[in-house]
Design a protein around this ligand. Structure first.
Ligand SMILES: Cc1cc2nc3c(=O)[nH]c(=O)nc-3n(C[C@H](O)[C@H](O)[C@H](O)COP(=O)(O)O)c2cc1C
Length: 206
């Protein structure tokens, strides 16, 4: 798809951060196994607390018997477009970690944080390879746990559709209007030197 990306950074950053976005119009072309592996490899090198690497990626490629099972986990509003993904991924994280010097485990405080970083790396690598990755919170968590056989000390974090972009005309009209890179709030709404901004100097959105 060639189009003008309207995103503008307020400070100089690498183009990849502006060029990654979450489209919904996909061609249905299956993602080749080796390219998926390259995306998971980027995720593999994410930092994590104590290098525990709590992320686990479960996946299904378009055209395999697994794909329909993964698609069925999504809410209808996501199924309508994600059915044309080249692969679907369910990203889960391990919620416990070993207590050093013992055979016990304790709750992890960072499993979701670490796993979010891994998702970000995957998304950037997918884009570099010419694919788009679109995260989804809209999936049935309990059904996902049962249907994918996820043990109790793992938390489903997100589903991810990965696909080759198609023209937005393939989408229902209400989604066509949203099929473009969106923008972001300015830094004053989420960055503060020295501590949380006091009420009299706090931007409304902080
Ligand atoms: C954890 C997470 C959950 C999301 N859930 C959905 C979803 O269920 N359906 C959807 O269409 N988009 C979903 N999105 C996409 C966001 O709406 C999108 O990332 C956000 O608007 C920023 O746009 P961009 O990714 O194009 O930069 C999700 C994104 C994230 C990171």
């Amino acid at each position: 798809m060639s189009e003008v990306n309207p995103r503008v950074a307020d400070y100089p950053i690498d183009r990849q951060f502006l060029e990654r976005w979450s489209p919904r119009a996909f061609t249905g072309e299956p993602v080749p196994e080796n390219e998926l592996r390259t995306m998971f490899e980027a995720a593999r090198w994410a930092p994590s607390s104590s290098n525990l690497q709590p992320w686990r990626f479960l996946y299904a490629r378009q055209g395999t018997p697994h794909f329909e099972k993964f698609l069925a986990l999504l809410v209808d509003g996501n199924k309508v477009w994600a059915k044309n993904a080249g692969a679907l991924v369910v990203l889960i994280s391990k919620t416990t970690q070993p207590v050093s010097g013992t055979d016990k485990v304790a709750p992890s405080r960072t499993h979701s944080f670490d796993t979010g970083t891994a998702w970000g790396y995957l998304a950037l690598e997918a884009m570099r390879l010419g694919w788009a990755a679109h995260a989804m919170a809209g999936f049935h968590v309990e059904r996902t746990i049962v249907d994918l056989g996820i043990p109790e000390d793992y938390r489903p974090e997100a589903a991810i559709a990965i696909g080759r972009r198609d023209d937005k005309s393939i989408l229902p009209e209400y989604l066509q209007a949203r099929e473009e890179p969106n923008s972001r709030r300015p830094q004053r709404d989420f960055v503060s030197e020295g501590g949380f901004p006091p009420p009299d100097r706090r931007p409304e959105q902080f």
